[in-house]
Design a protein around this ligand. Structure first.
Ligand code: SAM
Length: 334
């Protein structure tokens, strides 16, 4: 059977992102090619390339995945009927205009976050493939007042600094303002972060930082909350059938099997037709699905919490020691 799609990276320039993109394609058992306008092949000799003529003149319709004005929501776009070339773009400039003009459809992943409005390119590809190729029988999205149902997020034992950083970028872009991290592999706290020169001016604004709280300080106070562990290798309903929302829910995304879930934990499985992908791809899919279930924010006057503080609002209000403030300009480096 021929694959239902192919993934194309248009002008991707970072070789590490190109490798992550190829892994996103393997997760969904589809081929991956690159229109290499940025010299990627010099770093990756086995790179599979696509010419402009083959990309624009091929038989498969093009689906551009980018956050351009007017693009339709990926949550409503799939699953696709028939084969397509699914295109993602350059880390800074996005998809080139010739592809945007030729595309049969342009889809975006809605970004409710304040300050970070794009995902890492490979993460975006994994999220798009999840909704365009699969995720049948999804739970109904909820409205109104989605913010009062946002679960607490725990990134459990990430094993790599860049994967943790990309996952935090996704969390901020999908609207989390506080994230707990169990950093037992010591990949985040105290580790130097890349700093991009052009971001220094933006740093002065100090707007909308993401608060990253060490789980050790906060986890002990989770009494009464529901814990749901989302991973590719757990026994449980598919992610998009499980309820991922609720103010007293703690959403845990472990990296590998080194993290022991509590005995009362529930599980949701990240099902993909191919190989399990790296951490940023899994966290991207889980956070996208949680954001989809939360629904779109409607603008209403802010109401005070009805009874005491939920677990997540407790995290937001307590001056927990060792909280790391990560600024949007830093997150877009991942
Ligand atoms: C980091 S984005 C940069 C370009 C982007 N147009 C911008 O506003 O800066 C790199 C690529 O990742 C994909 N991407 C990232 N976030 C996305 C989103 N929210 N919706 C759709 N595609 C996204 C797109 O393919 C995009 O070309």
């Amino acid at each position: 059977m021929s694959p239902p799609a192919r993934l194309v990276g248009d002008g991707v320039e970072n070789p590490a992102n190109a490798e992550a993109l190829a892994e996103a394609a393997r997760m969904f058992a589809v081929p991956c090619g690159f229109r290499d306008s940025r010299g990627l092949a010099a770093h990756l000799p086995d790179l599979s390339t696509v010419t402009t003529a083959a990309l624009l003149g091929g038989a498969d319709p093009l689906i551009a995945v980018d956050n351009t004005p007017g693009a339709e929501s990926v949550y409503r776009a799939g699953p696709l009927r028939g084969r397509a070339s699914i295109v993602v773009g350059n880390e800074r400039r996005g998809i080139r205009p010739d592809v945007l003009r030729a595309a049969a459809r342009t889809v975006q992943i809605p970004m409710p976050g304040r300050g970070v409005n794009t995902l890492n390119v490979a993460t975006a590809a994994a999220v798009a493939l999840y909704y365009l190729l699969d995720a049948h029988g999804r739970r109904q999205a909820r409205a109104p007042r989605p913010e009062s149902h946002r679960p607490t997020l725990l990134l459990a034992a990430p094993r790599d600094h860049v994967e943790a950083g990309s996952s935090l970028r996704s969390a901020a872009a999908f609207g989390w303002q506080t994230v707990m991290a169990d950093d037992r592999e010591k990949v985040w706290f105290g580790t130097p972060r890349p700093i991009r020169a052009e971001a220094r001016a933006a740093a002065r604004s100090h707007r909308n930082p993401l608060r990253v709280v060490p789980a050790g300080d906060a986890w002990s106070s989770r009494a009464g909350s529901r814990v749901i562990v989302c991973a590719p290798d757990v026994d449980g309903p598919p992610l998009h059938h499980a309820k991922l929302t609720g103010s007293s829910t703690v959403l845990v995304i472990p990296d590998g099997d080194g993290w022991e879930p509590p005995p009362d934990a529930e599980f949701a499985r990240v099902t993909v037709p191919g190989e399990p992908g790296r951490y940023r791809l899994v966290t991207g899919i889980v956070l996208a699905e949680t954001a989809r279930q939360l629904g779109t924010r409607t603008v209403t006057a802010r109401r005070p919490p009805r009874r005491g503080l939920s677990y997540s609002s407790m995290l937001g209000h307590t001056a927990l020691p060792n909280t790391d403030l990560v600024h949007p300009w830093e997150l877009t480096a991942y």
